[in-house]
Design a binder for this molecule. Structure first.
Ligand code: 3HC
Length: 331
């Protein structure tokens, strides 16, 4: 007779499907949409990818604010291309999330109802042109550091989307650096404007990497599944190490009096991030949360006719394609 202890052993043994999932992950191969995957893996991916997609879409707003006011035609063209890239990133990511069984409508509904998270960083205002430089340099810079490892995420559609996104983000980061460099080579007033923008964006860009490792409930499991490859704190540290020499070239001061090289750890020591502020922003109480969501809601409502027209066009086109194929077969 089987004892209760034996039963629990039988229960814990991985099924063939689980075994093959674990092997694929262990061997650095990709999980594809039709592969079996644990429910929790699927849920985590939908959570992370949809939040990421929402961040790209909401992230269009702070910069969209400057398209009509960019200081030259060249700057306007570059900014428009950049904001359009963010829209594209959102679309690749929504498509990747859809391969996991959720729908675009469901994700959009959660966003406009204020139930879905998106990156804290996009809840800060952009009062000056230098903010375009600081966003490119710091926000897109942080995005690259966080997202390059995601090109090796274990879920195929997410990893493949990230390859293209990262190429574009690196262009974004350079254009931000170049805006700041130009301002820093300008008048005293322009230099002050650049420094002021960096003072405002520096700390929120560090918070983008997420809560400290000991307060990050998802990291350990996501790293086991090879969705995330590095912890939030490790990536934040790497980002600061990348910024210091670039700030020297710009002639900009990073606004952290505690920032200094530590010979022992071979990395920079840094000051404390204001985590109370971060969690307030996550709860919806940041300087621009309400405005960002309201703008998205309005855009969604005003875009209803475009979605209807596109759906109707697709319906009519597929009907004509079907009847063309039908007549082709008959002839
Ligand atoms: N803003 C808002 N929410 C955040 C956050 C941030 N900066 N950092 C963490 N959170 C949320 C998490 O989503 C999680 O919420 P949930 O459990 O309710 O879903 C909670 O805080 C706890 O954090 P964890 O560290 O446990 O969460 P994760 O393991 O998911 O790590 C992450 C957070 C590092 C942001 C990870 O999800 C990730 O790497 N995501 C993909 C990249 C991404 O979404 N980037 C957003 C910016 S996109 C962008 O920058 C666009 C570019 O054009 C500039």
């Amino acid at each position: 007779m089987t004892s209760p202890a034996d039963l629990s052993l039988v229960h814990d043994a991985p099924s063939d499907e689980e075994h093959s999932f674990d092997e694929l992950v262990a061997n650095e191969q990709r999980i594809e949409p039709r592969d079996w995957m644990p429910d929790a893996y699927r849920k985590t991916l939908i959570r992370q990818i949809s939040q990421h997609a929402h961040s790209e879409i909401i992230g269009m707003q702070p910069e969209g604010n400057w398209i009509t006011r960019a200081p030259s035609l060249k700057r306007k063209a570059i900014l428009m291309a950049k904001v359009q890239d963010e829209a594209g990133h959102g679309l690749y990511l929504y498509s990747a999330a859809q391969t996991l069984g959720t729908t675009r409508e469901e994700m959009m509904r959660q966003l406009i109802d204020g139930k879905a998270k998106y990156s804290s960083i996009f809840n800060y205002p952009t009062p000056t042109w230098a903010d375009m430089g600081a966003i490119g340099w710091l926000v897109d810079g942080a995005a690259i550091v966080n997202q390059v490892p995601l090109c090796r995420a274990s879920y195929g559609p997410y990893a493949r989307a990230m390859v293209r996104i990262c190429k574009e983000e690196s262009f974004h980061q350079r254009q931000g650096f170049e805006i700041l460099l130009t301002l820093m080579q300008g008048t005293d007033e322009q230099r002050e404007m650049a420094q002021d923008a960096v003072n405002r964006w520096y700390w929120p860009s560090l918070a983008m990497f997420g809560p400290p490792d000991d307060q990050s409930p998802n990291s350990a499991q996501s790293m086991k599944w090879k969705i995330k490859r590095f912890s939030n704190d490790d990536l934040r540290q790497r980002f600061v190490g990348m910024l210091v020499p670039q700030a020297e070239i710009l002639g900009i001061t990073l606004p952290d009096p505690d920032l200094k090289w530590n010979d022992e750890t071979q990395q920079y020591d840094m000051g404390e991030i204001d985590w109370d502020e971060f969690f307030e922003v996550l709860k919806g109480n940041g300087p621009c949360n309400a405005e960002r969501l309201e703008r998205r809601r309005t855009a969604h409502e005003e875009g209803a006719w475009v979605r209807e027209a596109a759906a109707e066009y697709a319906r009519v086109s597929s009907r004509s394609a079907r009847s063309a194929t039908g007549s082709g077969m008959a002839s």
